[in-house]
Design a protein around this ligand. Structure first.
Ligand code: NAG
Ligand code: NAG
Ligand code: NAG
Ligand code: NAG
Length: 383
C-alpha cells in the first residue's frame, strides 16, 4: 500500500523566546525522512573509495569490522547524525554496490573542495568531485530517482528509492571548506589565500541556492575545523619560532585562516536566510567542538591530542595508515594503535570514531549552532 495525499506541513513558523543555555521547549520535532550530504572526507561514507581505491585495513576496524569507505576506524559525524535521527547510514551516490537511497544519499567525496582546483587526485588527493559537481550529482539523483519512482508498477520496484515528496522535507547537510584552505596553503601565500575566501564562500552559497531551487528547504551547515591542529601538520614542526604555535600546540596561521573562512561562511549563511525565504539554515560551529576536544583531551578521556593512531610519521617520512614501506632496510607496517577509543586522530588528518562521537554529541543538541536548536528541530524557522 502506498500512501497518497499525505498532509505535509514543512514550515512550521513558531515564535519562541530563546534564553541562552535553556532548552527550546516550544519547538516541535521535525519529520526528517532523509539526509542529503555534501562534503569532503570528514563526511565521505564511501564515495571516493568507490570511485578510485577502497580504503585499506585497518580503517573501519572499530565499528564495521572491515574497511567501509570511511577515513576512520569507525563512524563519522554524519553517521552519528543519521543514527540520532533514526535513519540508516548514508550510501554514497558514487557507489554501485549494496546501496540504499530510500532515506538519502551522500555526495561527499574525500579531498573535495568548494572551488574547482587545478591539482589532481593522484598528486594531492584533491577530489575531481568538488561541491558544484556534487550538486550536479544531487540534481541528477533527484531527477532520475523521481522518474523511476513514478514509473514503478509495484511497490517493490520502489525499494531503495527515495519518495519524491521527501526532497523538500530532507535535511541537507554540508561539511566542506577544509580542503580549499589546505590547497590554498600549498599553492598561495597567506595573503593571497585570504583574498580568495570571499569567492570560496560565494561558491558555497551558489551550491545552497542550487539545491533550494530544486526544492531543498532545511540546511545544516558545518563550519570547518581547526586545520592547524591536525597532527599531520604539527608532527613535522621542530623548534618553531615563537608564536608559530598557539598555546595548545596548533599552527596559528592555519587556524586563523579557518577562523576567517568560518566568519565569512557564517555571514553568508545569515545573508542566505534573507535571500531564500522558505529555507531554514543552521550554522554549526564544529570548529569549537573540535578545538574544545583537542584543548581538553585529557579531561575528556583522551591521550595526547597530537598522537596519530594509525600511520608512521618520523624524520619527514610519512607512511599512511594501512601502508607498508621499507625504511632504512626495515619493513614498516603503518597499523593502528592499541586503543583507538582513547586517541583523537585516526590517521593524522581524520578523527577516530571515539572523537567523532564526542564531536557529534556536542553539536547535535544545538548548543554550538546558530540558531541554537537541536538537529531534530532544524526544520523550524525561528523568528
Ligand atoms: C585553475 O587554473 C585556472 C587557469 O589557469 C585559473 O583561472 C583558476 O583560478 C585556477 N583555480 C584555482 C582554484 O586555483
Ligand atoms: C602490509 O603488511 C601487513 C603486515 O605485514 C600485511 O598484512 C598487509 O597486507 C600489507 N599491506 C599492503 C598494502 O601491502
Ligand atoms: C636511517 O639510519 C641512519 C643511521 O642510523 C639515521 O641517521 C637516519 O636518521 C635513519 N633514517 C630514518 C628515516 O630513520
Ligand atoms: C549539549 O551536549 C553537550 C555534550 O553532552 C553538553 O556538554 C551541553 O551542555 C549540551 N548543551 C545543551 C544546551 O543541552
Amino acid at each position: 500500500m502506498e500512501f497518497t495525499g499525505v498532509l505535509i506541513v514543512p514550515f512550521l513558523v513558531v515564535s519562541v523566546l530563546i534564553v541562552e543555555g535553556e532548552e527550546v521547549m516550544a519547538l516541535p520535532p521535525c519529520d526528517i525522512p532523509a539526509i542529503y550530504n555534501f562534503g569532503d572526507s570528514n563526511s565521505d561514507t564511501g564515495g571516493i573509495a568507490a570511485a578510485f581505491f577502497p580504503m585499506a585495513a585497518p580503517c573501519g576496524e572499530t565499528f564495521f569490522g572491515r574497511p567501509a569507505g570511511r577515513g576512520s576506524d569507525g563512524r563519522l559525524i554524519i553517521d552519528f547524525i543519521a543514527d540520532h535521527l533514526g535513519l540508516p547510514h548514508l550510501s554514497a551516490y558514487l557507489d554501485s554496490i549494496g546501496t540504499n537511497f530510500q532515506h538519502g544519499a551522500n555526495f561527499a567525496t574525500g579531498g573535495a573542495t568548494i572551488r574547482q582546483q587545478n591539482e589532481s587526485w593522484f598528486e594531492h588527493g584533491v577530489s575531481p568531485f568538488p561541491l558544484d559537481i556534487q550538486v550536479e550529482h544531487h540534481n541528477q539523483f533527484q531527477e532520475r530517482t523521481t522518474y523511476f519512482y513514478n514509473q514503478a508498477k509495484e511497490p517493490s520496484d520502489r525499494i531503495r528509492l527515495p519518495r519524491p515528496e521527501d526532497f523538500s522535507k530532507a535535511l541537507y547537510t554540508f561539511d566542506i571548506g577544509q580542503n580549499d584552505i589546505a590547497a590554498g596553503l600549498r599553492t598561495l601565500s597567506i595573503e593571497k589565500l585570504r583574498a580568495t575566501i570571499p569567492n570560496i564562500v560565494n561558491q558555497f552559497a551558489a551550491a545552497v541556492q542550487g539545491i533550494y531551487e530544486k526544492g531543498g528547504r532545511i540546511f545544516w551547515v558545518h563550519n570547518t575545523g581547526p586545520i592547524g591542529c591536525l597532527p599531520v601538520s604539527t608532527v613535522n614542526v621542530h623548534d618553531p619560532l615563537p608564536g608559530y604555535l598557539d598555546e595548545k600546540g596548533c599552527i596559528k596561521d592555519q587556524n586563523d585562516m579557518a577562523a576567517e573562512f568560518n566568519k565569512q561562511l557564517k555571514d553568508k549563511v545569515i545573508q542566505l536566510r534573507a535571500k531564500l525565504p522558505q529555507a531554514t539554515l543552521t550554522y554549526v560551529d564544529v570548529y569549537s567542538a573540535k578545538y574544545g576536544l583537542i584543548s581538553n583531551a585529557k579531561n575528556q578521556g583522551f591521550e595526547d591530542p597530537f598522537k596519530i593512531c594509525c600511520g608512521y610519521h618520523k624524520n619527514s617520512i610519512d607512511v599512511w595508515c594501512g601502508n607498508n614501506a621499507t625504511i632504512n632496510g626495515t619493513e614498516v607496517y603503518a597499523g593502528s594503535c592499541t586503543n583507538p577509543s582513547a586517541v583523537i586522530s585516526w590517521d593524522g588528518v581524520h578523527y577516530t570514531e571515539a572523537a567523532n562521537l564526542w564531536i557529534a554529541n556536542h553539536i547535535i543538541n544545538g548548543s554550538l549552532s546558530d540558531p541554537p536548536i537541536p538537529i531534530t528541530q532544524a526544520c523550524n524557522t525561528i523568528l
